[in-house]
Design a protein around this ligand. Structure first.
Ligand code: ADP
Ligand code: ZN
Length: 731
């Protein structure tokens, strides 16, 4: 532990705010002084903003003009380790430190004193007279002895008006009390026994428990097919962290997944963890942010941004489905939560578990190189084998151009329905049809603001741009030639597939799972619950179905277009297709019933399709690794994407050309610059987009060189320059 650095009132301090100023500002410490890391309120121009005391002031600002910090906020000071994490993350991602601080201070009402709320609990006196309404109130309280309820909560649970509750208070049957709003989370009990583990699972759990108990840093790849018990195993590591009095964080790629996970945590530890994601209320976020800092939350399950919570003593981070692309944030700060988890853990002596059936090549290679440990769960729990994987050769199927379910797949679905089992049809395309074309002039309807075609969403009766979200009604006449009645959908989306399914199996109950069809994460969760309970015979889904939902009665997976992901020029096209196909196929046959997965493809001999069918994971990764190594691309080389955007195309290009010309700092480290070139999506929201790509050797000091390079030129007003280290997408 380093000693806490104290600053006396009136001495010079440096304060970092989340404002885009590019530097730490000097202030005078507030009356009473403050410590480094303290959250303070400071004047900034005419405003008051929240900042963190970053250390002594730099001293380069004239003393006479210094303003004093207004006050120290009532929040646990930011720990040294967190400040180190933000600085290292900012350096790695070339993101301004202020943007990093913004990620770490997303607590609503940070500056306010803890609010109090009025709570109601059982009092000693009996009511003067019992009514059904009063009896319900007392029953709710008796149900959870010791729990105090907010007025609104109690009145909903007991189905009574506030007046009934107030009446009981007047008679002494209920107590009214003021309690701080941010209460600690219920205590989890890590001593409760988990499920009895298989020998395989027990061995992996023992290794992870030892690692956590050791108290140092380490990263482990936990690889096992879907259903092999990875979750069960890493919950053992969570238990170990809690037993050691440390905190644990489980990152999940999809909020809708967390419902099942929360149930399992409750079954394992007897209470629910804290949740952190976009579906959580502001009040809960504020509570969690405070409680992780004060030690009132032992376990957090959350989305990638949970990595920036002010944990007091984080001992374990689990990144579930570590290969998932949603861990990469590509807005504001560009960072990969998987990599940042490893960085944070290294700084706070925590263990990291990266769990996946189909790890990213990056993680696979780190395990190969011995940087990460690796544990394999071989068998599927309770199921003898993976689903049978077979290709349907679409060249040999007889199918009209406006239909997508081949006769072979039709028969397989019908057979499953006959057995009372569920079938899943997978198509990674939202909406009704990806293209709307005019049969009179050939015009394809595009977005006015983006270089993208509008996608018909028949459910919404609209055309939607998947780049910017712009919507408009489906026109009657072609916007190009004004001919009426000739606009036609081309290609399938899940909604169109649902139409085909409806015609083929009129008796079947069909459910479509696509992120855009649900108003909220909760609605999606509910629908998944309904399906899991047997509420649908045929499920049609986009990639959200690939992400680990348990459908015990699902025995057939049909992939409508296994070739879809292989078409792009993305360096990870093969890897992504492999992962997605394996994940989707893994949905079939979870419980005691064996499953089957059928892949519709026009290229059954493609090496990726063959690797998927052969189930030869290691063979696939080795071959893919060899190709990437030969090409000098990640994970065997480094890349950075540069995205320039602005409203004037020529200006954007000129700036890109100037950057390319002044490539000396990059050449100095042996890096190459490609571009400028129009981005594959050349316009989004009216802004023209131009890309450059930087390639360097794995050992080259890329970030430092990029900083020198970009620092040579001033970005003209109106233009935006974004640097994406280790880019995952190239659109
Ligand atoms: P994964 O995370 O690898 O997909 P899970 O941990 O979710 O696997 O396990 C799949 C299913 O098998 C879950 O329903 C889980 O409760 C069950 N399961 C796994 N291991 C055991 C075990 N040892 N005993 C009983 N059930 C288990
Ligand atoms: Zn658009």
């Amino acid at each position: 532990m380093t000693a806490v650095e104290h600053h006396l009132g009136g001495t010079r301090i440096g304060v970092l705010t989340a404002e885009p100023l590019g530097r730490v500002l000097d202030y005078l410490a507030p009356e009473g002084g403050c410590v480094t890391g303290a959250f303070v309120e400071v004047p900034l121009g005419p405003r008051r903003v929240v900042g963190v005391v970053w250390g002594p002031g730099a001293g380069d600002f004239p003393a006479a003009k210094l303003r004093a910090a207004i006050r120290v906020l009532d929040a646990a000071p930011m720990r040294d380790e967190m400040r180190a994490f933000l600085m290292r993350a900012a350096d790695y991602t070339l993101t301004p430190l202020s943007s990093m601080l913004r990620l770490a201070t997303r607590a609503p009402g940070l500056g306010e004193a803890p609010k109090v709320q009025r709570l109601y609990r059982r009092g000693p006196a009996p009511p003067d007279r019992m009514t059904p309404a009063r009896a319900r109130v007392l029953a709710v309280l008796a149900d959870q002895p010791g729990t105090a309820f907010a007025l609104a909560d109690l009145s909903v649970r007991a189905r009574v008006s506030a007046g009934v509750i107030k009446g009981l208070v007047a008679q002494g049957a209920l107590f009214e009390e003021d309690a701080p709003r941010d209460l600690p989370y219920p205590v989890l009990d890590p001593m409760r026994a988990g499920l009895p583990l298989t020998p395989d699972q027990a061995a992996a759990a023992a290794v992870l428990r030892r690692a956590v108990a050791g108290g140092g840093y380490g990263t482990t790849l936990l690889k096992g097919v879907t259903g092999s018990g990875k979750t069960e195993v890493y919950l053992e590591a969570v238990a170990e962290a809690l037993r050691a009095g440390r905190q644990a964080l489980v990152l999940l790629p999809e909020i809708a997944l967390s419902a099942e996970f929360l149930r399992r945590v409750e079954a394992r530890f007897g209470a629910s963890p804290g949740e952190w994601h976009s579906g959580v209320t502001m009040a809960e976020r504020r509570r969690l942010w405070r409680m992780v800092g004060e030690g009132g939350a032992q376990l957090v399950v959350g989305a990638r941004s949970a990595l920036f919570l002010p944990f007091r003593d984080l001992g374990l981070i689990v990144v579930d489905e570590e290969h998932d692309t949603s861990y990469k944030q590509e807005e504001g700060a560009f960072y990969n939560a998987r990599d940042m988890a490893v960085l944070r853990a290294a700084l706070c002596s925590a263990q990291v578990i990266l769990a996946s059936a189909t790890p990213s090549l990056e993680t696979w290679a780190n395990a190969e190189a011995g940087k990460y440990a690796r544990l394999d769960l071989a068998a599927r729990f309770g199921v003898a084998r993976l689903p049978d994987l077979r290709a349907i050769d679409m060249r040999a199927e007889d199918l009209p151009a406006t239909r997508w379910i081949s006769p072979s797949l039709q028969a397989a679905v019908a057979a499953r329905l006959g057995l009372g089992e569920q079938a899943l049809l997978f198509l990674n395309r939202r909406g009704y049809a990806p293209v709307t074309i005019c049969r009179a002039c050939g015009h394809q309807i595009g977005c006015d603001h983006c270089d993208a075609r509008m996608v018909e969403h028949r459910f919404l009766k609209r055309l939607v741009c998947h780049q910017c979200g712009a919507q408009r009604p489906l026109p009657e006449v072609c916007p190009a030639c004004n001919v009426a009645g000739r606009l036609a959908p081309v290609g399938p989306g899940v909604e169109r597939l649902a139409e085909e399914v409806g015609a083929l199996y009129p008796e079947a109950r069909v459910a479509v799972l696509s992120s855009d069809l649900f108003g909220s994460a909760r609605a999606l969760k509910d629908q998944i619950g309904v399906i899991a309970a047997g509420g649908a015979d045929i499920i049609i889904g986009t990639q959200i179905v690939a992400k680990g939902h348990n459908f015990p009665n699902l025995t057939l997976v049909g992939v409508i277009d296994a070739d879809l992901g292989l078409q792009g020029s993305d360096l990870r096209a093969a890897e992504r297709t492999f992962q997605l196909m394996r994940q989707v196929a893994g949905r079939a046959g979870r419980a005691e019933r064996p499953g089957e997965a059928l892949l519709q493809t026009f290229q059954p001999d493609h090496p990726v399709i063959r690797a998927i069918l052969a189930g030869d994971d290691e063979g696939f990764w080795r071959a893919e690794a060899a190709e990437r190594r030969a090409a000098g691309v990640p994970p065997y080389g480094r890349m950075a994407g540069i995205i320039l955007s602005g409203s004037d195309l020529q200006q954007v290009f000129d700036f890109g050309a100037e950057l390319a010309r002044r490539d000396q700092p990059l050449r100095a480290i042996g890096a190459q610059v490609y571009g400028p070139a129009a981005a594959p999506v050349a316009r989004i929201r009216g802004r023209h987009r131009v890309r450059l790509l930087i390639k360097a050797d794995k050992a080259a000091p890329l970030q430092a060189a990029l900083a020198r390079w970009a620092g040579q030129v001033r970005c003209p007003p109106g233009l935006r320059l974004q640097i994406d280290i280790d880019p995952q997408s190239f659109y």
